[in-house]
Design a protein. Structure first.
Lengths: 115, 117
């Protein structure tokens, strides 16, 4: 079974540009989460999808961030326009809708550098 | 809001020895879940061990065990017989037992564990 995949693995963009990150969850997982880790700090929650609906977007930092999950499969996270403080590693995780262990399965992350 | 604190940014241990990673948390909830995740240098984060707050018995998974002290809000991870493959970043995480908008994980800042051959 394929794990959570994320694309690209690295992205370097200039301030003011737009970047789109993609996450493909494990097949059949209704829950999809986005997290971000800024260098040396904790991993912070951004938002949670259940299928194509946003269940919790309390962690989204501002309106420069737009997440979508059309059709309830893969998800994209767009940052427009990017700022220096957006640099960090963006993780995606997925889990089944009903899980006895509450485990979230993480992707390898996308390292975003804004210069 | 819940917070998770890992006060040891870096730890090192001799191969085959035992090491304990610390984690404390703050919450007003009585029912929740705690996790230790491991992120090896290849970057995919995986679950090491989990603990339900309503269980008094400490969770164990082979060489990994936790010391869960609910009153003290402490959740430390003990790794016995450390192996080179244990070298990684370890994150402590909290999840509310409530669902429907409360399923996110709250993480600490992580502890980088080095294994000395």
């Amino acid at each position: 079974e394929a794990g959570v995949t994320q694309f690209p693995s690295h992205s370097v963009i200039e301030k003011g540009q737009t970047v789109t990150l993609r996450c493909d969850p494990i097949s059949g997982h209704d829950n999809l989460y986005w997290y971000r880790r800024v260098m040396g700090k904790e991993i912070k929650f951004l938002l949670h999808f259940v299928k194509e609906s946003k269940q919790d977007e309390s962690g989204m930092p501002n309106n420069r961030f737009l997440a979508e999950r059309t059709g309830g499969t893969y998800s994209t996270l767009k940052v427009q326009p990017a700022e220096l403080e957006d640099s960090g590693v963006y993780f995606c995780a997925s889990s089944p809708r009903v899980s006895p262990t509450y485990e979230q399965y993480f992707g390898p992350g996308t390292r975003l550098t804004v210069t | 809001a819940q917070t998770v604190t890992q006060s040891q940014p870096e730890m090192s241990v001799q191969e085959a020895e035992t090491v304990t990673l610390s984690c404390t948390y703050d919450t007003s909830e009585s029912d929740y879940y705690l996790f230790w995740y491991k992120q090896p240098p290849s970057r995919q984060m995986i679950l090491v061990i989990r603990q339900e707050a309503y269980k008094q018995q400490n969770a164990t998974e082979n060489r990994f065990s936790v010391n869960f002290q609910k009153a003290a809000k402490s959740f430390s991870l003990k790794i016995s017989d450390s192996q080179l493959g244990d070298a990684a970043m370890y994150f402590c995480a909290y999840r509310s037992a409530r669902n429907f908008g409360n399923e996110k994980l709250t993480f600490g800042t992580g502890t980088r564990l080095t294994i000395i051959p």
